[in-house]
Design a protein around this ligand. Structure first.
Ligand SMILES: [Zn+2]
Length: 124
């Protein structure tokens, strides 16, 4: 379906007039087409780079809030004992006697702050 149309067009890259053989031609030559394509790619890359920069602080603040959340919800043996106003040794005895429960993370005990608070409320 080769057509005989000849269109006077302006190259979108070098702004020179040229004769296009199809309606879709936007550039005077393959070189202009390639250069325009590369430029578009570069601008795309630049845009995504700017996007990355704007996204980074969000990721950072999320990491920080996660950390503080963990600090608030889970306590180690020493912190839990401090909060209960007892010695870590007493807390270990409480664990053994089943007065209080903890989650184990390897050899570490992790105490739920909510449970500690409930124990405090019950004892006062
Ligand atoms: Zn051109």
């Amino acid at each position: 379906m080769s057509s005989n149309i000849r269109l006077n067009k302006v190259c979108q890259h070098c702004q020179q007039e040229f004769i296009a053989k199809t309606m879709l031609t936007r550039y005077c030559s393959h070189a202009c087409n390639r250069k325009a394509y590369k430029q578009a790619k570069r601008e795309e890359k630049l845009k995504s780079a700017i996007h990355d920069v704007s996204v980074q602080p969000t990721i950072l603040s999320t990491a920080i809030s996660w950390h503080t959340l963990e600090d608030k919800l889970l306590l180690n043996l020493k912190e839990a004992a401090q909060l209960l106003n007892i010695s870590p040794l007493t807390l270990r005895r409480w664990l053994k006697d089943g007065i209080i429960t903890s989650s184990r993370l390897g050899k570490k005990h992790l105490f739920d702050r909510v449970e500690i608070k409930m124990k405090l409320a019950a004892s006062s």
